[in-house]
Design a protein around this ligand. Structure first.
Ligand code: GLC
Length: 754
């Protein structure tokens, strides 16, 4: 009987472990003073137009609105003139080499181009979407996926990825919830740092590294109504305590760039927000990389009503701290006049150029503009067996078992007949999810293929689509019911198409789309054991399914190896260990609904009308943040706190004994939450402050200790300071945000005077 700790691999019964906080030593390279001098001399040698050119990014796809070259020749002419510093969406060593050659051989200043691409969750090897990555609660595995993605993309001439997306999302109607790490600031910060480390490695100049870009700065996920690009209006305290920490974690992990978000915050669009781009990012955090706009977001300052012209947009953006203009053309067209007229100072311009050149130096582009890419290197690097195995491993770990009544799962591989039903059962495109990058979906393993390759030769596998994902046609349901009737068990694969989440993928309803619910009810009516398998980017409001279907797996979009990973879990080759990184509501009427909410003066009490709740629904979610079942069961006992009286520089050490009380080995993500009983401002009812995964054989037990530096309990106080306030705290250790053993501790120190 053994207990094992993931990440440390220790065989032990008393585990003293340190939480994976966002606190990582800055991986930023110390600046070689010679680089600084080299940059200064380059800047001194540039014409005004060449300086501005370093701040201009267009897409490699010419003739793309709103601005930029209309033809290849125009594009090359702009590069030769030094008027483009970066291109996005150019892929392939041959393509990047040719354009780089023009830049470094045919232009006057010979400054290398920076090639950017959205490498969000894979390049040719497509990993699970980031929300699924967060559901693994395994930052090491997530870091590995980013490392592999970086090597693949770099071999194709990419230098810079517009990732990780680190936006906290508390509204599941927002389609881009799929691209981030969910609703929690702590988990989001841990995953942000892991992805930056993975993309950038320990040396940006290594040809297999990609420069990271933490996005979208900031609070993009707080869009009103979950409607993409919509208005954000949150307090400075909420901005700093909920939405900014993952960006801080990315910066501390050494991220070379940030991307400014489309949205405004309280009337000030991020692209022109000096408080965000300079006061916080530069003055407080000492960030020395550069900020790129989002697609045309500088130009969109006009739509916001924040600028009356492209010139005003360019002036307000660069003066706020925006360094590179993606696609709008506002910098290219207006900065020459703005600088000549003194409306933008030369020092402001030079500082932006310095930041961009600094990152090009750090990437080693001045030493080797081609980074030794070649078609051979690309062929050798992509889609290797070990990369595909990593993709399958991350996919397995991302699957969350929401329900398993009567232990319907795992299924036997030698069943006589299994029916695989649903519009996502044999689908190749959707399992890779939104922002899949240049993936070849012919490499996708569908659920039907995964099941067929897992079962015994004698098992009959029937397939019926039943209905489409989002259509109104129900003619296929009869055939699906007929297949179900012939089977010993039914796998029902339902959910969303990939374009129903991701950018501009906001949904007002989170029910199963189209006529899928009719399919589910019809198959359920056969009385056969049904396993509902969800494939989705938004959390789905599956209230009916949750009360009627015995087994439910949340599988998100799992990438190339989706079918293999799902089969591994369905047939028990992998015991599910995933935990929800987001709350799943019963209905959209409950939104916003997240675990780390405030208590209010009248917390919900069903016995008292005059408390904060809905009359027509429970106040609790369908499934809470951090929730996930296993094929085994775990018992928690013996919460112990090493020292219950702590100072602000101490570390809380809380431990529990976790016992595998079931019949299968499994891994459990042990979670630690705290509650600050009272503060100079109100505090959340729970906040995740640490977690640790422990692997246990049946009957084994382990004492798991999670350490939390008291400094991590700091928040933005009444007088807007980031401090730990003395007082009493409750600590909860358990399987999710709604359960666990409880203890208390105090933090001493002078009580705040208010
Ligand atoms: C898009 C997205 C951003 C992406 C950029 C470049 O509009 O908002 O996340 O990196 O454009 O593709």
């Amino acid at each position: 009987m053994t207990a094992q700790l993931r990440g440390f691999g220790l065989l032990c019964f008393l585990l003293l472990v340190f939480p994976l906080r966002a606190q990582v030593t800055p991986a930023r390279l110390s600046e070689d003073p010679r680089t600084g001098h080299a940059i200064d001399s380059i800047i001194a040698s540039l014409t005004l137009e060449e300086k501005i050119g370093q701040l201009v990014q267009f897409t490699g796809e010419v003739n793309t609105p709103p601005a930029g070259p209309r033809t290849q020749d125009e594009q090359r002419a702009l590069i030769r003139a030094g008027k483009i510093g970066s291109l996005l969406n150019v892929v392939g060593s041959a393509q990047t080499r040719e354009l780089q050659r023009i830049a470094v051989e045919e232009s006057r200043a010979k400054i290398p181009l920076l090639f950017g691409l959205d490498v969000i969750h894979g390049f040719r090897t497509t990993f699970p979407i980031p929300l699924a990555g967060a559901a693994t609660w395994d930052p090491d595995a997530v870091e590995m996926s980013a490392r592999i993605s970086a090597a693949e993309a770099a071999s194709a001439g990419v230098h810079w990825t517009f990732a990780p997306m680190v936006d906290i999302a508390r509204d599941p109607r927002w389609g881009r919830i799929a691209e981030g790490s969910g609703e929690d600031t702590f988990l989001g910060s841990v995953m942000a740092a892991a992805r930056v480390r993975g993309f950038q490695g320990t040396d940006l100049a290594n040809p297999s590294s990609l420069m990271a870009c933490a996005k979208h700065y900031a609070a993009y996920g707080a869009a009103e109504g979950g409607r993409d690009y919509n208005t954000v209006d949150i307090s400075e305290r909420t901005l700093r305590d909920v939405y900014l920490p993952p960006f801080r974690a990315a910066v501390e992990a050494g991220a070379g760039t940030l991307m400014a978000s489309f949205n405004e915050i309280g009337g000030v669009p991020s692209n022109g927000n000096r408080h965000l781009l300079t006061e916080i990012l530069r003055d407080e955090w000492k960030f020395d990389g550069f900020v790129v706009s989002d697609w045309n977001s500088v130009g969109e300052l006009i739509n916001h009503g924040f600028a009356a012209s492209g010139a005003e947009a360019a002036g307000r953006a660069i003066s706020a701290g925006m360094d590179m203009d993606m696609i709008s053309g506002c910098f290219l067209e207006n900065l020459p006049t703005l600088v000549r007229d003194g409306r933008v100072s030369t020092s402001t311009l030079d500082e932006a150029v310095r930041r961009v050149l600094r990152m090009k130096f750090r990437l080693g582009l001045f030493k080797d503009p081609y980074r030794s890419v070649s078609p051979d290197l690309e062929k050798k690097t992509v889609l290797t067996a070990s990369s595909l195995e990593s993709a399958r491993d991350l996919a397995r770990k991302a699957i969350v078992l929401l329900k398993n009544e009567g232990s319907v799962l795992p299924l036997r591989k030698d069943l006589r007949c299994i029916a695989v039903i649903g519009p996502l059962a044999s689908n190749r495109r959707d399992p890779v999810g939104p922002w899949a990058g240049p993936t070849d979906t012919n490499n996708v393993v569908t659920v039907l293929e995964g099941v067929r390759s897992a079962v015994s030769p004698g098992t009959k596998v029937l397939f019926a689509g039943g209905c489409t994902i989002n259509g109104t046609d129900t003619n296929g349901i009869a055939a699906a019911v007929s297949s179900a009737r012939q089977a010993d068990a039914v796998l029902l694969i339902t959910g969303e198409s990939e374009e129903m989440s991701g950018e501009a993928g906001s949904r007002a309803s989170l029910d199963l789309p189209g006529r899928q619910e009719d399919l589910v009810r019809a198959v359920h009516a056969t009385g056969k054991p049904v396993v509902l398998i969800l494939m989705n980017g938004h959390p789905l409001t599956i209230a009916w399914e949750a009360s009627h279907i015995p087994a439910i797996l949340e599988t998100w979009f799992l990438g190339l190896k989706a079918g293999s990973a799902i089969a591994d879990v369905v047939f028990g080759d992998y015991n599910p260990s995933g935990k929800l990184p987001v709350t799943i509501p019963r209905t959209v009427g409950q939104i916003p609904l997240y675990y780390n909410h405030k208590n209010t003066g009248r917390p919900p009490d069903t016995a008292d009308r005059f408390t904060s709740k809905y009359m027509d629904l429970p106040s609790t979610p369908l499934y809470p943040f951090g929730y996930g079942l296993s094929y085994t069961t775990y018992g928690y006992s013996g919460l112990a706190i090493r020292s219950a009286r702590l100072g602000t520089t101490d570390t809380l050490q809380a431990s529990v004994v976790v016992t595998n009380t079931g019949k299968r080995a499994g891994s459990e993500v042990v979670q630690l939450y705290v509650r600050d009983e009272a503060g100079s401002v109100t505090r959340p009812v729970r906040e995740l402050k640490g977690f640790r995964t422990v692997r246990l054989d049946p009957g084994a037990a382990a004492s798991v200790t999670i350490s939390v530096p008291v400094s991590s309990l700091a928040f933005t106080t009444l007088d807007m300071k980031h401090e730990v306030e003395p007082g009493t705290f409750r600590v909860f250790i358990g399987p999710d945000s709604a359960h666990g053993l409880e203890g208390t501790f105090t933090v001493s120190g002078a009580a705040p005077q208010h």
